[in-house]
Structures are given as structure tokens and as C-alpha cells.
Ligand binder design. Sequence first.
Ligand SMILES: [Zn+2]
Length: 506
Amino acid sequence: MSKKPPKVLVVSFDGGVWANLKPIAEAGIMPNLQKLLKEGNSGDLESTIPPVTPPAWTAFMTGCNPAKSGVFDFYEHQEGSYKPSLTTNKSIQVDTLWKILSDSGLRVGIIDVPINYPPPEVNGFIVSGWERPSNKKVFTYPADLGPKLIEKLGDYPICLRTFDRQGTKDIDFLNSLIDISNKVSSAACYLLDEEKTDFFMVHFQTTDIIQHSFWPQIATFDFNSEDPVMKKIWEFYSNLDQHLGEIKSKGGEETTFLLVSDHGFGPVKRRMATNIWLVENGYLKLKQDINTQIQTQVKSTAIKMIHKVDALARLKNRIKVRKEEDAEQRVIVPRGFDAIDYKESRAFGGIGTVYGTIQLNLIGREPEGIVPQSEAESLKDEIIGKLINVKDPMSGETFLESVKRKEEVFNGPLLNKIPDLILIPNKAFFLFPGTNEKELFHEAHSLSTGNHVKEGIIAIDGPLSNKIDLNNAKIVDVLPTILEIFGLKKPGYVDGSNLLETVPIG
Ligand SMILES: [Zn+2]
């Protein structure tokens, strides 16, 4: 290999958190990570509000908060409609790191980073992330790279989702995650060997899925367990570490290596259904329409039955996969928004998948708005006042850390794409819309026993690692820092700051 390695090489673990990775590394299961921690510089990387994959990776790619980038969650409010639309690469309204580097004549290689479907044009190549609906669609730029990877590797799987575990054995699910990590790493190593790039990044989504699925098991740190599922979990991390080592070894002496995540992870103690809280407090009314009720009932009964019967669940998965081949994007489908009687509702929750969100049903803004603009602020005060006193009935703990008006948290021209109120939960508590639920409070979903927290990770190795200040590092700071490494200045509108100390000239 005679060509020069990339100047910046990034590996990302979706949802990577030191609380989990450090004990695993220290136990000898991840020696390459342990070496990186010892020799490099590392710290927490603060995620976005909310700490969810699409806004967080968009903040990484753009250095901007959601009111500038246009990406707030897996889906977003559409003006003039109650039906949320799905977030895709086209939702991003500012230049990405790949675009800025490409426009500066630098060559980029990007593999599996979320919110890159449909694949944008770059100077180099890009493989879309796990939200791509199917490999039958064009999922790479240039378009012929996808078929080339499939031919080279035999297959190029799309990462499984948390709820794909339904109806499968834990061992099989874990083996599939290992296989997906293997393919992603093979693609990265192949492209690092074959192609010259200035900036290269490869993303592992499997690290998020294993933590959603097996958080309590991981958090035991029982490395000597004889349980086959536990052994397989440690095998997953050991295998991931080999990939980390192999990919990192493709860098050269002048390469700055970064390991990053978009958000951290933690346990789920309890969940609260935002829309049920709004119903119980008289702000939201569900449709009395008998057909909707029957449909909702039939759907939820059918889902419950399917959850109980493995064979049926597998069938459901097959049907889902077939349908998704024609979908715009496949990660998550908004549910329940059509069960709300908007003509009788002053507020509704909807697009928050980790934190909660509430949108007022404003006259002139929503299609069937009933709240006059003049009453908006007092209604927000009233809702906030009630919400901050909500207690978890089991522990008696206050459920929410705070409830923020969007303008308190975000700034930018796309503030109108963000819901009016953001419900930030206390540790281990989570929110979900839950429109079709009967109860306000819920235990962790059996398929998702871990969930996102705002403390992600960053570790840096290479010639500049000691010149980078990782105290209070935020995910929006990564773009300005990488641009600085390339001698480029961040665009003026970017929220993040360069973490690289200015080196005195001469
Ligand atoms: Zn994520």
C-alpha cells in the first residue's frame, strides 16, 4: 500500500458510553480500546437535546443545533398536517462536514453514518446508514459502490433494529449483530486499502442495538458468566475491539484518530406516555369514532398476540421487511397521531422518542387549531407547572428534570420545526407518545431495556491528541475541530467551537 492514509480517521460506536465501555476494556475484552484510552486523550461528548440518533449525528455532521440543522428526531412536524414526516438526509438544511470537505477539494469516505439516506453526492464515496430501506435501492454514492460491496463481501446487511429481536433467539440476534459488525468493518478495511481519502469515517450501529436489547445483562459486568447469552455479549465486544484495532491500524503517523458516539446509554426504570398524561389532564381528546376505536383495539390486540407467538412474529417481520422495500426510510413509523380528536385538543405529544415533546394546537398554525395565540404562553405555563410535579408512582421520584420552551433550548431559523415544549426526564426515566396506551406509566419495554443518555464518548489519538481540550466537549464541537485539523475555518453560523488549541506560529 503506497498511498497516504487519511489525515482524519473516525470510528463511531452508536450510543457508546464510558460507563459500559471502560469496565469492558479494563477486563481485557477490548485491548485496543484500552490502549487508546491509555495512550490517547478521552472524555465525555455531550449529545444534543434530545440525545437521539438523527439530531445527534446531524449535529456531528453540521456543528449545528436542530433549529439550524432542521433535524430534531426520527420524525418531524409537517406544516399544515398532523402527520409527522420521516427524517432523511434531505431534512438537513445546512452543509455537512462531508460537503464542506468535498467543496474544499478533499476526498471523503463515509460508511454507514445515520441520516445519510438517500446518499448525498460527495467528493469520494458514501454508504448510507441503517435507515436505508433496502439494498435494492441506490444506497451508496457513487451508485455502483453498493453492488460492488455486495459482490466483494457476499452481502452488505442493513443493521437490525431493536424490535427485530421479537421472535428470535437472543443468541441468533447477537450472532447477527456480530455478523453485521464484521461486514461493516470488512467494507471499511477494503475501502481504506483501495481508495485514497483525506477524511474517512466508519460507523457501527450494532453498539446501539445491543445496549437497547441487553442493557441489564451488560451492566452486570459479569465477565466470568457461563451463561451462553452473556458469553455472546462479551464476544460481541471483543469482536468489535478487533475491528477497532484493525481499522485504526490503517491510519499513519500523521493521522488523527477519533472514536466517537452520538449519545450515551443507561438503564430504563420507567416510561411515561406523554399523550396519556395530556388526556388525563384534559388537554387532549382521543377520537370517539367507533371505527378508530375498533381499529386501535384490533391493532393493539393483534400486536399483543403477535408478541406472544414466535412464529407469528417472524411472519410479521417478514411482512414488515417486504413493505419496507418501498418505504422512504425504515427506522421508525409514527403511530397514533390519527387517533387524536384535534378539534377538541389543546395540546398533543408526538415526535419525542427519548425525551417528550408537546405541541400546542394553535389557531393559524395547526390545521384544526383551537388555541388562540393570545393564550399560548399561559397554556404553556400551566402545562409546565403541572408536569414538573409529576412523580413516578413506584419510587415517588420526580419524573422530569425540567420542561423547556423550545426557544429556551434552541436557536435558529428552523425553530418552527421543533415542538413547543421539550420534556427532559430525570435519570433512567423516559417518555414516549403512547397515544394508544391505556396506562400513564410503563415499565421498560421488554425489547428495549436500555435507552439513551446525553453523555456520549470521544477519544483521540495521533499527533494532535494532546492539543485537543476535551473538557466539556460537545458533539457540535467535532465539525469545527476537524475543519481546523484541515486548516479550514468553520462557517459563521455553526454553534460548535474548535477544541484544538491554537498552535502559536513560529
Ligand atoms: Zn444513536
